[in-house]
Design a protein around this ligand. Sequence first.
Ligand code: COS
Length: 385
Amino acid sequence: MDYFFTEEQEMIRDLCRQIAEERIKPVRAELDEKEQFPHEIIKALAQADLFQIIIPEEYGGLGGGCLENCIAVEELSKACCGVSTSYAASFLGAYPILLFGSEAQKEKYLPLIGSGEQLCAFALTESASGSDAGSIATEAKKDGDSYVLNGSKQWITNGGEAGVYTVIAITDRSKGARGATAFIVEAGDPGFSVGKKEIKLGIRASATAELIFKDCRIPADRVLGKQGLGFVVAMRTLDKSRPGVGAQAVGLAQGALDEAAAFARVRKQFGKPIITFQAVAHMLADMAIETEAARALVYATARYIDSGAKDFSKVSAIAKVFPTDMAMRTATNAVQVLGGHGYMRDYPVEKMMRDAKILQIYEGTNQIQRNVIGQELNKEYGRGK
Ligand code: COS
């Protein structure tokens, strides 16, 4: 299928495809097994200028949008979602600066993130605050020209690997969601430390860690936007980033389909390749149908967002839900097509199945996405549409 990419978009796709083939596929099983962060691959992505994709040209970046990000993430995810999560999480962390940063903040941080010199991370989730993002407990108190942060964040992708963190904390508890503020925290800030590193079911090449703030003092000019805007910063960031999770799902599903179809052509039972049995061919056909439908959805949504659309919470949630539910089904069916082989670590599909699960959970569970879609429908139909 031709999705009418520009020359630059094709270049991004080809570059990511090459890195995926040459640098990621040969080591993905080992990174997964050892739960090892892919430092060398991150370096290769930085050298190929791939962290510049969404950074505006005035800060040294390529000035790409959601579509360019999705193209890159899809290609990397075909090979390994652990690697693509580490990559994409840097953009997740950078979006609050891109969307709400002051000129000085953008000048300071975007070149560092774009060059890949520093990874970025987004810190919202806490032990008692997941789907209910408005209930975070980490506090930030103004003290002269500083803010002092106390509390902890949980399950933060790139935790311990990032140099720049965008952190949501409460500055006025009495105001509920409107009492949250977004801050930039640097890895070396006093009172900031990295706690427990998680051991995970999938995406094991990515780092997931706890962040601890103990009287962490940061200059007052690290506020993103203004005090009280933190919840909106978080929501707008997630609206922008969720199609990227959809792109991860498309890449993962394509990778699983590639493995399953190749296997089904050579695996013989009852004297014939199993792809010639209708039961297997139909499973592969469904995998192909759903993957292509999800891809079209992700690209269309990304193009809509890049067109300058103002309100895209609903379509962004749709572009996360459908591909990620599909990727879970597709990866599970790939394991089924490979049968006993699929269940063993000799083939990559069991890893894909483990990796797929998180896509339905992170950046807002698929149940929360349906809430967002339902709320928007309620508003639309309330207006008489
Ligand atoms: N863009 C801008 N503003 C938004 C917004 C969006 N997408 N979504 C909500 N807001 C605003 C609302 O307009 C409301 O503003 P007012 O106080 O002026 O009315 C405020 O934020 C609170 O919104 P709401 O009442 O809808 O908040 P809820 O507490 O009900 O939470 C959900 C809404 C569930 C959608 C939110 O908590 C959420 O997205 N949770 C999932 C979090 C998540 O993705 N976590 C993953 C970790 S990050 S990897």
